[in-house]
Design a binder for this molecule. Structure first.
Ligand code: NAD
Length: 520
């Protein structure tokens, strides 16, 4: 079955059509997988050194062409140019790390064989899986998929990438830059375009692994499709991340925490899987923190970016222009909601919280002005409200009061999601102690999203946040299959894998080893 029709991409800021792309069906997806599989043969011949050089060349191309890539990201997602460029930089940092560390992490090495097998040489190798299908979201259309693409390529695989239907141009550009930079490895990275069915076709296309990032609901569907063929899956789902604020913070500490909460909650219009959605502050500092958060959130500007007199973008809508003290010609801090249906979710969460008695400290229903949502700060939100339980994915943060840090940990953990969290306390030690009690897969002490630019750290969560890890050594292992090799070096004292060994001799050896272990 081939795909039919065209997939159009639109500007979330203006609604204008940007471009259109093929809708790839099972036949086109299978062909792309075939091309990537063929290209993986020469990728294998390139060896660790050749692959490292090629990946670093690709990385340099992405860094050099950041402006071009950022332009497509900004057009498709609506995010400001600065944010789009920062996203490309993060992807570049991860690609660089994967390229430089793949051999150390996955290269063949000797391991200790143990006393009973001292006659064997024990080797551990990691083989590429083959072709990895990467299914991506729209909120970070380069950084998020590159966390799988870069590491999968570095591990020796080919990749077929299915970007979100909202950001097909970004995905197509990533593969085009690959082919332009590395013609000798053409189609090792292929992009297929389309909506959910194209992703489903990829999950069913006999790829050797699927790396999915998106909502938990879609993750379940992808897992079900993969289960039919026992295709392994890494599933990166959403989050409901909490920030914990201790009662021992001084004024400067509270300022830092408030600043981090506002950035973590509002940047990218709150459309960040590990963005800040909940805050649990110890009662003694709760009001002071709320006051600081509101003061800062009022300064955050959204709205259409307009060209300034110098030709650069100028942010701010009519209400906030001139009132934020920023010079004309600057961009807004964040752009429109990329996915139009998200506006309804935010409105619903806001209404449910207000109806349940939450205090609305900043904004309200009037903050939702499609396609933009202005910052919203809530306090004292009942814990069973959707705002505290479901992913809002908008510039809305709820700041609740708790009796102590232990209660903050308990509430943060009482979520179906367990992706990220952050802790602000007077001492780093207390922060680390609280971090160790959290279920979250990534915790930042004294900052938010501190891990994003540290490629050696694994990223991922559990529960509705998914399973498996991207980034770091774990992220390389995720795209490789361990192979254990033993090489017999000399004849053992008693060969336990041969009938030629007299039973009495073999039994003596077993008994000797048993006694040893009984005492060790
Ligand atoms: P989504 O689940 O709607 O779509 C994700 C991708 O899956 C898209 O490419 C889509 O076309 C594809 N898809 C849809 N149906 C499919 C099917 N049946 N089979 C295979 N593929 C299918 O998610 P989204 O709206 O694009 O992204 C937002 C979500 O992603 C949020 O929940 C966010 O928290 C999450 N996210 C998570 C991370 C992370 O690393 N944990 C990072 C970024 C975003």
């Amino acid at each position: 079955m081939t795909g039919t029709g065209r997939l159009a991409s639109f500007s979330p800021a203006t609604g204008a059509k940007l471009a259109d792309y093929p809708v790839d069906g099972p036949a086109e997806v299978a062909a792309a997988v075939g091309r990537a599989r063929e290209a993986a043969k020469s990728w294998a011949r390139a060896g660790w050194k050749g692959r490292r050089a090629a990946l670093l060349a690709y990385k340099r191309a992405l860094a050099t062409r950041t402006g071009e890539i950022a332009e497509v990201i900004a057009a498709e997602t609506g995010k400001p140019d600065h944010d789009a460029r920062s996203e490309v930089l993060l992807a570049v940092i991860h690609l660089d790390w994967a390229a430089r560390h793949a051999r150390r992490v996955l290269g063949r090495r000797r391991v200790a064989p143990g006393l009973l097998s001292a006659h064997q040489r024990a080797l551990l190798a990691y083989r590429p899986l083959g072709v990895v299908g990467v299914i991506g979201p729209w909120n970070y259309p380069v950084y998020t998929p590159m966390g799988s693409i870069g590491y999968a390529l570095a591990a020796g695989n080919g990749v077929v990438f299915k970007p979100s239907e909202l950001t097909p141009g970004t995905g197509v550009l990533l593969a085009r830059i690959w082919n332009e930079t590395l013609p000798e490895h053409t189609d090792l990275l292929c992009t297929v375009t389309g909506e959910g069915p194209t992703g489903e076709a990829l999950a069913r296309s006999a790829v050797d692994k699927v790396a999915f990032t998106g909502s938990p609901a879609t993750a379940r569907k992808v897992a079900a499709a993969c289960a039919e063929t026992l295709t392994p899956l890494t599933a990166e789902g959403g989050g409901k991340d909490a920030v914990l604020v201790g009662g021992d913070l001084d004024d400067a500490g509270l300022d830092r925490a408030a600043e981090a909460v506002v950035w973590g909650a509002m940047s990218n219009a709150g459309q960040t899987c590990a963005g800040v959605e909940r805050v649990y502050a110890v009662a003694s500092v709760h009001e002071a923190l709320c006051e600081r958060i509101v003061r800062r959130a009022k300064q955050v500007v959204t709205g259409p970016s307009q060209p300034g007199p110098d030709g650069e973008g100028s942010g701010g809508d009519a209400e906030s222009e001139g009132g934020d003290g920023r010079a004309a010609g600057h961009e807004a801090h964040y752009g429109p909601m990329t996915l139009p249906s998200q506006l309804g979710t935010i409105e619903h969460h806001l209404k449910e919280a207000a109806d349940a008695g939450a205090r609305v400290l900043l904004g309200g229903p009037e903050s939702v002005r499609a396609p933009y949502v202005h910052p919203v700060v809530l306090a004292d939100v009942p814990e069973d409200s959707p705002v505290m339980r479901e992913e809002t994915f908008g510039p809305l943060v709820a700041v609740n009061s708790v009796s102590d840090l232990d209660e903050a940990v308990e509430r943060a953990n009482a979520s179906s999601y367990a992706l990220g969290a952050a802790v602000f306390t007077g001492s780093a030690r207390a922060g680390q102690e609280a971090a160790s009690k959290l279920r979250a897969g990534v915790v930042s002490v004294g900052s938010v999203l501190g891990f994003a630019a540290i490629p050696s750290l694994p990223f991922g969560g559990s529960g509705d946040s998914g399973y498996g890890r991207v980034h770091g050594e774990e992220g390389l292992h995720a795209f490789a299959s361990p192979q254990a090799i033993t090489v017999r070096r000399f004849a053992p004292l008693a060969d336990l894998t041969s009938y030629a060994t007299p039973r009495e001799k073999a039994s003596r050896m077993v008994e000797l080893a048993r006694r040893l272990h009984a005492r060790m």
